[in-house]
Design a protein around this ligand. Structure first.
Ligand code: NAD
Length: 446
């Protein structure tokens, strides 16, 4: 099938590459000229495990193309995916300017007898498919293409991939949600997605609005799980319980499940913070107060700085001149994405208090350099960051941080002091190596 993907970021590039991998002819469109130039010359623009290999193969085999021209991109495409940004607007609601802007442009390019499906893959509020349809119809009328009613369908097909395992998630999704009442669209999309659900995971067809809400409900529920565990961790610290034990104790209940029960320094990334905000904002707009979500956001904001409170308490609220090593900048492991990364909030607080930071992250350093420049120092590896540091702070649970050389760490750090926002280390082990070790929801090793 001939496919266009508009927006070639984390979702668009994975979507385009994975559809090419199953034999489709894919053209990805982006307004960012540099990005398109790089991608066209075989250079991948994001770090995502497993992506580069299939990206290179499909480009070589001429199934994956890149352009800045929307017209060229959609000319022969039967299916057009919109994988465009939907950042929060001033009120926290999803800003639809990119999605509706492209919908308008598409309206000027569609033709009466050339049926196409336009798919919202971006995370968008309930009612967006209607807005996209209207934007296309109106701009078609204004551009002289006439009434295009019946010449296209707009479908909601939210994306559930997780950065860090995006290729696996896309190739073997737990489910594919398709929101449309159009039988023609259902048939074509069923064929397109068939190779991805061969193991029996479902394609769930529903109406557009339910599909749009499903995505927000999924992310908000997961964010709620994280905030809930962060509150349990706070209680553990105050009551002398161990959150790891509580986590194991509740996670073995099938109704609860083992996943997403890890406390930490708050959820970040480009999705959870904005999607929770957007759903709460949409609810407010219709005079419904989504009380749980308001609390989820509040808890998360507090949790992001919980580790800094511990650091402040240890240093008597005087961080001036202190030097901190920071392991991890990405909002989670296996990605270079730093959008809304808790590490950045921690850095901001430390710098404001007069401390300095030397950071290391396996993949996210160049993105942080672009944002923070010389405000912090960047180490070549995790150990170099430790030289003469007053303490180590851990903000991302990269695998390579899990079993470090503790003896070497001891010799490099000025103090044997670790503040771990991801509970990477065993408490007994910390005792044996003689560290003062503070983590989340567990006793302090002193
Ligand atoms: N990142 C994730 O893990 C994830 C997962 C599921 C869903 N989503 C949703 O998918 C959508 C895209 O997210 P993302 O992380 O891929 O964003 P992104 O910022 O990485 O990528 C968006 C791309 O769109 C391009 N773009 C902007 N305006 C354009 C235009 N007019 N024409 C063509 N290209 C244009 C940008 O240059 C950029 O390359 C969002 O709605 C997001 O909530 C993201």
């Amino acid at each position: 099938m001939k496919i266009a993907v508009i927006g070639t970021g984390y979702v668009g590039l994975v979507t385009g590459t994975c559809f090419a991998e199953t034999g489709n002819d894919v053209t990805c469109v982006d307004i960012d000229k540099d990005k398109v130039e790089k991608l066209s010359s075989g250079q991948i623009t994001i770090y995502e495990p497993g992506l580069e290999k299939i990206f290179v193969r499909n480009e070589k085999e001429d199934r994956l193309h890149f352009t800045t021209s929307l017209e060229e991109g959609i000319k022969n495409a039967k299916i057009i995916f919109l994988a465009l940004p939907t950042p929060p607007d001033g009120d926290g609601k999803a800003d639809l300017q990119y999605v509706l802007g492209v919908a308008k442009d598409i309206g000027c390019l569609l033709k009466k007898d050339d049926y196409k499906i336009i798919i919202d893959k971006s995370t968008v509020p309930v009612g967006t498919a209607d807005k996209v349809r209207t934007a296309i119809l109106e701009s078609a009328k204004h551009s002289g293409a006439g009434d295009l009613e019946g010449s296209f369908d707009v479908v909601s097909n939210p994306e559930f991939l997780r950065e860090g395992v995006a290729v696996d998630d896309f190739m073997k999704p737990n489910r594919v949600v398709i929101g449309t009442e159009s039988e023609r669209a259902k048939k074509l999309l069923g064929e397109l997605y068939a190779p991805f659900v061969r193991q029996g995971n479902p394609i769930i067809y529903m109406d557009e609005k339910s599909a749009e809400l499903t995505k927000y409900a999924a992310n908000s529920f997961l964010a709620a799980k994280i905030s809930f565990m962060n509150e349990i961790a706070q209680l553990c610290e105050k009551l002398g319980a161990d959150v790891d034990m509580v986590r194991k104790g509740i996670g073995s209940d099938e109704r609860i499940g083992r996943r997403f029960l890890f406390p930490g320094i708050g959820y970040g990334g480009s999705c959870f913070p904005k999607d929770v905000q957007a759903l709460a904002g949409s609810a407010r707009e219709i005079n419904y107060e989504f009380k749980i979500l308001e609390a989820v956001m509040k808890v998360n904001e507090n949790q992001k700085l919980h580790l800094v409170s511990k650091i402040n308490a240890w240093f008597g609220n005087d961080l001036k001149g202190k030097k901190f090593a920071l392991w991890g900048l990405a909002f989670k492991p296996n990605t270079d994405d730093i959008r809304e990364a808790p590490a950045l909030s921690i850095i901001e607080e430390l710098l404001a208090a007069g401390a300095s930071v030397t950071a290391f992250d396996p993949e996210a350093m160049s993105n942080v350099k672009r944002e923070l420049g010389k405000k912090i120092n960047y180490a070549d590896n995790q150990y170099d960051a430790l030289t003469d540091a007053d303490a180590l702070i851990i903000a991302t649970e990269w695998s390579e941080f899990r079993t470090p050389d503790f003896i070497k760490m001891t010799s490099l750090l000025k103090n044997k002091l670790i503040f771990d926002g991801r509970n990477l280390f065993d408490l007994k082990q910390m005792e044996e190596y003689g560290f003062h070790y503070e983590s989340i929801g567990r006793r302090v090793v002193n």
